[in-house]
Structures are given as C-alpha cells and as structure tokens.
Design a protein around this ligand. Sequence first.
Ligand SMILES: [Zn+2]
Length: 823
Amino acid sequence: MRSLQRDESRARYDLLTLTSYDVTLDFRDENTFPSTTVIELTSRGGETFLDLKPVSLTSITVDGIGLPVDALHEGRYPLDLAPGEHRIVVEAVMGFRNDGEGLHRAVDPADGSAYVYQMSFMSAAPSVFACFDQPDLKAPYTLHVTAPDSWIVAANAAGQQVEPGVWEFEQSEPLSTYFVSLVAGPYHRIAGQHDGIDLGLLCRGSMASALEADADELFTLTGQCFDEFHRLFGIRYAFGKYDQAFVPEFNAGAMENPGCVTFREGLLFTTRVARSLRIQRATTVAHEMAHQWFGNLVTPTWWDDLWLNEAFAEYMGNRVTAEVTEFSEALVWASLARKNWGLTADSRPSTHPVAGTGALDADAALQDFDGISYSKGHAVLTQLAHRVGDEVFFNGVRDHFERHRFGNATMSDLFGSWEAAGAGDLGEWTSAWLRTAGLDRIDLDRDGGALVLTPPGGVATARTHAFSAATWDGDTWVTSDVVVGADRTQFAAPDQAAVVLDAGDTAWADLTIDPTTAAALPELMARTTDPLLRATIWNTVRNGVHHARLDPAAAVRVICAGVPDEEQDTALTSLGQWTGEDGEGARGLVHAKLLAVVAEPDDARSQIHDAFLARAFSAPMNSDLQLAAIQGALSTATDPGELSSFLDRGLFPALEIDAGLRWRALKRLTTLGATDLDELDRALADDNDAKTQISHAWCRARLADPDAKAWAWQRFTGEVDASNYEIEAIGTGMWQTGHDELLAPYVERYFDELPGTTSIRAGWGLADAALFFYPITAVAGETLARTDALIADPALNASMRRVLVDAGDDMRSRLRARERYVG
Ligand SMILES: [Zn+2]
C-alpha cells in the first residue's frame, strides 16, 4: 500500500477541517472486530480520500447517501466533497494483528487471557477505524467499546463501564490519528492521584504482583515529573487523566498516546533486574510525559519534524529524571546505554542530518527515525540549552506551547520562538548541527602536539567542539577545557601520559582512545572513579574497535582491568552485551561484538568471564552490581559444568536465582551445545509465561540441529505465523558463530527469500524481521557482496534496503577489524 505523500497531506489539509470523530468498536470475537466511524467535517470543495485498511468494508455513506464499497483501493476510499459540512459514516470489519501495530491481540500462555492494545503510530490507525491519517488533521474523539464482561477498557479520554461489557468514553481533546489509543482486556489496574490528576497503572493479570511491587516507585516518579514539567513549561497537563499501561509484545520502548501511554512489558519486572533497567524505565516514563506537551499538545505538522519530538522528549526525559527523581545518575546511564547507538548511526553510510530530511512520505520518515533522532538530537539540544541558557530555552518553549496549543507546528516555529525569547541568530548553529550529517573525527596527535579534526567525507562542517580533556599526571586525572574548531588545535600531551578526550561527556564526535592511552589504562582503571569519565572511556574504547582503530586485544585488557572495580551496573550491563555472543541480548546488530573481531576469542572470553566473576564475588550479595556482573559472567561462560553448578547454587549459595537468571544460564548452555529440546521443554513446563516462552523459542532456534534451523526458517518465511516477539527471538537465536556448515544454506536463502517477505509483513515488522534474520555470524566477503548486491537492486523495498545498508556496515566493520588485527 502506498504511504501518504507530503503533497497529498497538504492538499487534504487545505481542503478539510475536521469537527469530530465518533468511533464504535466491538471486541467480542477473536480474529476480527466491527468498527463504525462517524466523521463530521467541513470541506472547501474537491476530491480527496479517506484512509481505511479493513478486512472488509460493509458500508459507507456521505450525508446519508450510500457509496459503492468496491471503490476502496489500496487502503484509500476516494471522496468528492462539495463545499460545506458533511457527515461520513463508515462500517467495516477490521482484523486484529500480532505485529505490534494497529490493534494488537495477544493471548497470555499463563492463563489463556486475551489482551488488546492499539498502536496507531505511525500509519496504523486506518486498520482500526476510518480516518484522515495525517498528523495535522486533529479532531476530538468519542469512543464506544463493547468487550467481554471481564475486560476493562482504557483510552485517551476517561471512560466508564455503563453496563456489563459496554464502555462509554468522554469526548477527548483534539488528537492526531497517530496517537489515538486504547487498551482492552482483563488488565490489572492500580489507581492513584497526583495534584488533581487521576493516575492509572495497568498490566496483564498474570503480572499483577510485579506492578503492585513497583506501583509506589512509578507513581512517585510520575508525580515528581508532573511537578517539574508544570514548573518548567508553565502550562498544566492538558489531557485529563493519565494512564500508563504495560502491554504485551510492544515494538518500541513506549508510545506517548495522550492520557494512555503504552510501555513494553520488559519495563515491568517479573524477575530481579539491575538498577540500570529501573533508570531506563524512569527515563522512559519521563520521556513519554514530556511528549504530552511536545508532540501531543503541539504536534509536528509533518513527519520530517518527528526528530524534534524525540530529541526534545529525550533531552527533557533524561534531564528531569536526573534532577528530580531518585535516579540522579540518569545522565551516566544515557551515556552508556544510548550514546553509542547514535554515534554508530551517525557514522554509517545511512547517516542523515538530524533535521530537514524532507521526508516525502511516512515510510521514508520512519527509516530516519533512529539513533540520530534520539541520541544525537538529545546531544544537540543539550548543547543548545547550554548555549542559550535555561531562561531563554524555556521562555521559547512556553511561547511555542501557548501559540500552537492543541494544534501543529514546525521546527522553524520553535526556533522562531527561541530567537524571539533572546536566543540570537541560531542560523549558523542550526546549519552546522542540525542540517549537516555525519561525525567529525577528533584524534590526538601526540608528536605534533595537536588535536586533529577530520570532517566526514573530508568536507569541512563549520562545527566547533567544546569539551574537557583528562590527562593523567602520574597521580590523578587533570582536566582542561579545549575547543576544537579547525583542522588542528594545539594540545600538548605529556610524553606517554594517558589522555581521555571528552571527560565530561559533552561532545558529539568520533573519538578514539589512542594506543598509548589504551596501553596505560589497565593500570589506571582502579584509580579512575568519576562515573562519567569511566563512561567516556568505555564508549571511546568501543568506538575505536568498531572503526578498527583500536586493537580489540587492547580493549580486552582494559575491560579485564576495569570490570572488577566498576561501580555502575549500567556499565557492566553495557560491557556484558558487547562481550557476549551474537544474538545474546536484544537487537544483536546494534554494535559489533568484541569477541567477533579479537584474535584469540577463546582466551579473551575466559579472561573477561573471570573479570565479571571477580566483580560478582566482590559485590554485595544480591545487589544490583552483583546481578549485572553475574549476567556478564553467564554470557561469557564456557564451562557447562560451571553453569550447572551455578544453577544448583554451587557458585553463589545465597543468590536468589529466579526465572531471569535461570533462562540466561539455559541460553548459554544452549549456545555451548550442552542442552537439548527435552530439557528446554521441561524448563518451560515448570514456569510457563510469555517471557519464558520467548526465551524457549530463542533456545530452540539456537540448537545445533538441522530441524531447529528449519523450524526457525518457517517462521521467517511466514510458512508458520509468528508474533513480532517470536520473530525477534527466533531470528537472533538461530545465527551462531561456529555453526557455519549448518547455517550455510540459510545464508543463501536469506538473500533469495528476503524480498518476498513483503507479501507477509509490513511496517516495523518487515524491517525488524530483515534485521533479526540477517546472517551476521557469516563473517565473509561473500556475505558482504550478497548484501551489497541486494542493496543495489532497485526493486528492493526501501525499509529493507535501510536494514541491509546498516547490517552491511556492521559486516564491513567486522571484516576490517579482522583484517587489521586478526591477520
Ligand atoms: Zn518519544
């Protein structure tokens, strides 16, 4: 189906003014649901179309006159509306989905209960109700839902059950289609209140105890964030009540639907988690709250400004979490958990400017919705706020909210408000940071006594970088402020002294630890206590290996020296993911894996394992630090006997071993070839829930067995249907280093069969399956050649091409590092 074009959206905006939507849905069947939409509008006279993706269209009337249902084509229903007011009534049958978009329906294996939620972002609303699906045609919604008697239903506006199974909702404030949402099912709901705002927390019934355990923490930080946003923005939250729902099989981290935010269930903890996950959850809560103003109250006119939504929410979310909640180290977390995502994205062939990408249609915008929008956007807004000062920054933001309240606006509207508030001319800064793609690289030239700036592609960018450099003076780290703006900036590094650029983590640049510093760091890590400085060391070491400028063996030595006294569990988690096996940990391709490019991977793995184990033994029993260290030790374990002993509490007799740790150990045993399907089935039967089922699917795909690989492949090709979460687990599970012969046929089949998956998937699910099933462990020039050949095929789907460009970039990075350091 054709994605909405920008000029089409402008024409429709010029033609129509929407008055209201009235939507009636019935969830009593399992596969489909009836959907009736009444749209009141005023037309200025002309042809247009309605967006609608039903299983079948039952009827459509305009002003009471029936129109032929067979005029619906490719999700569009053509309309010719005379000048004046009109009432359009559409009756259709829609389908539930299991790819995380539209109305997603999932059945809980723990108790057989079904759960539904609506994810309209960014173009899935028409698979729920008939609409004009573009961000700048806002209207208030009135919703009516019939559902099984045992369900509760929550939506953007407040509602209530008026008789068993019948739910009526108040008319909402004006909403864009992309954030119209509801959740329905036998959800467990906990009510709260803060400053006159009714709060709700929801999750599936089988996770109720996890929600109850954390309700205080969630309500507390929600209240703290509301107070701070009210203070900073000077405008009260505008959407009435505020529900936060943890929903099954959610693709993103969360979605900011006004009054009805949806979160992935991984942010609700049924097993013990390290503090880094609590920080991630807190910053996500704050991020979605910031969107209630920036994105929901004032919405981008078109998708090309979506980056600004995310950059703003990311900046405010991290800042407010650090400043007003118990998670004061949120910025250290952001540095370790988010920054390399953006830096890597900005160094790829697919890099793009933060702003002004043009985004001709929604699909194109979705592809540019990446680490550059979030992480680089966050970095540049931090820079801007620092440059203009808080007073000007927030005066501009308040002016923006007041001018465009419940409406839409563009980036230039916001920058206009900032300039009017006293920011001065931001043109040059905008052009250097927002409209220029790529990373400046900054290297230390010791002999030349300079910092050397290399712009991306050799084209000067007019950017300046202000940061602090830390130099080891033999006793301690001494920092000095530097501004790097030209090709070379004087910087004298004492002979053989270690130097870490960007000690305060304020720069956005491609930085590498130089070999002299890398050699010195193993001695110095124990004396390096500043968490931001340590975060920068970990980031720059990782960046250097990714770009084949730092020997992976040197990185291993720094890790082995630093892990045993690392104080941030976020750092241990982040390093554990980097040093773990391909496919272990979510989204396996985000960074190259260290052990895929090191010369002696077995030795390196066992040294890193020992370092994590040492940290696990020295950390307080059952502490977050210990948990993160144990997770790192499990993912680098090589001895099945040790893993079995761990599970039997031989290693840590007083450790709480829950399903989270048990399945980590089982995954590692599977990778080591030390378990089989029978044992995995028994473990699942002992503790069968949505999470353990996904872990089991991962393990099954990883078994060194032709049947297991064939089983996995049937899910990729769609021969057997699988949900979005199963696709992720099975795709990342099946590829394993060392199983080259078993997997060789699937390398071929991936490139042959990938293009055909457009017939079974769409949207995020299409790109995600392409990513998760990419043969990342087949590190060979031939894999890269096949990748490049498919990228060059003009018939290839655009979102698949984007995935292949990035996956190919990771493959190229692995090959380059191996060539340089493995020989
Ligand atoms: Zn967001």
